[in-house]
Design a protein around this ligand. Structure first.
Ligand code: 5GP
Ligand code: MN
Length: 341
């Protein structure tokens, strides 16, 4: 599929030329793609002599803190006043890797009411109208890929430096599960080839991202699969649930349950996997699916959420037991969705 970005580049180039105080912001609970695209754009704009600041609504997880440039990202909930001042002073705000303003957490109201011009660069479906320029390409595997293509157009040739290459590579591999899922294409691989040509140390990056867990996390994973996974073969579904006390028992820290939801999809015949995590006063749901099963329809229709067809999430304000019961009712009501999948 040919993705033509020419329609955006004239306006984007004008904004980058005209504006000097630029803020880059990713989504709450930032992932490798949000942080990777943010650092890559930071490198590019800095090379053009711009004054640029990076913000994140909340803290980065451990597996991203090795990234060069990540220490320059200001955490909104940690440095609120400083961040609000920066937002108020900005003449351009670039929002990366999300499609709704509430994904900016506590920073949302300040960004929304700021008089700065706003650009959204994202690959999630159905972007809300929150920017002067919306650059939305849901067919691309990552915001990092989209950004690299945009910058290549603006620059006349691919822009590359070491930090930029590492950041983009991180965004692409984390959003595709190291090329296990997601809509990566031959063009993605050509970009990856260019990044590897720079001498990027892919073994080191893989190790820093994927081999960075605690023994407690490994044990929690074993417990979740052994004691907390329910398989529903007749509905081609499986789910994992973890209560607050389960998490406490395994000294859970943020990020420990990352990736668990993908695991049931490796069971033969399972096309839809859900994970329930008990939070304070609500349950966070993560959904993953294979093939044509639209997990995001379940997320948006029943759980006040959304996302991609094969990776989405939502929330439900009730107890863990009641949420699971509601979910099972939803599955049974929608069992027709599994026909022909
Ligand atoms: P995860 O399961 O990794 O937390 O989220 C997977 C994807 O689902 C995210 O990239 C995001 O697109 C989407 N997502 C997760 N939670 C929510 C939510 O509460 N609301 C919306 N709109 N999307 C979500
Ligand atoms: Mn992404």
């Amino acid at each position: 599929m040919v993705v033509n970005l020419f329609k955006y580049t004239k306006q984007l180039s004008k904004l980058f030329v005209e504006c000097n105080n630029i803020i880059l912001i990713g989504h709450i609970n930032p992932d490798g793609d949000a942080v990777g695209s943010q650092i890559a754009l930071y490198q590019y704009l800095k090379s053009k002599g711009k004054s640029v600041e990076m913000l994140t609504p909340n803290y980065l997880q451990e597996f991203l803190k090795w990234m060069e440039g990540s220490d320059l990202i200001r955490v909104f909930i940690k440095e609120k006043n400083k961040c609000i001042n920066l937002i108020n002073r900005a003449d351009l705000i670039v929002m990366l890797d999300f499609n709704q303003s509430n994904r900016m957490g506590e920073a949302e109201e300040h960004v929304v009411k700021s008089h700065a011009k706003k650009v959204l660069i994202d690959h999630h479906l159905n972007p809300a109208e929150i920017a002067d320029l919306t650059i939305s390409e849901p067919s691309l595997c990552s915001t990092s890929e989209l950004l690299h293509r945009l910058i290549s157009e603006l620059n006349g040739s691919p822009y590359i430096d070491r930090v930029y290459a590492e950041a983009l590579y991180t965004g692409i591999i984390t959003d595709t599960g190291n090329f296990e899922h997601g809509s990566y294409t031959p063009d993605t691989m050509r970009i990856v080839a260019d990044l590897l040509e720079t001498g990027l140390d892919k073994a080191r990056i893989l190790d820093l991202i994927y081999n960075n867990f605690s023994a407690d996390r490994m044990r929690l994973m074993g417990f979740a699969l052994n004691q907390r996974m329910i398989v529903l073969p007749e509905l081609k579904s499986a789910y994992i649930y973890l209560s607050k006390s389960d998490l406490k028992e395994y000294n859970h820290v943020k990020g420990d349950t990352e990736g668990f939801v993908n695991m049931p999809l490796s069971i033969k015949g399972i096309v839809f996997s859900t994970m329930f995590i008990e939070k304070d006063g609500f349950i966070k749901l993560s959904f993953r699916s294979k093939g044509n099963f639209p997990s995001n329809e379940i997320a948006s229709r029943y759980f006040n959420g959304g996302g991609h067809k094969n990776a989405s999430g939502g929330e439900y304000s009730d107890t863990l037991d009641n949420t699971i019961q509601f979910f099972l009712n939803v599955l049974n009501e929608n069992s027709w969705m599994f026909d022909n999948i």
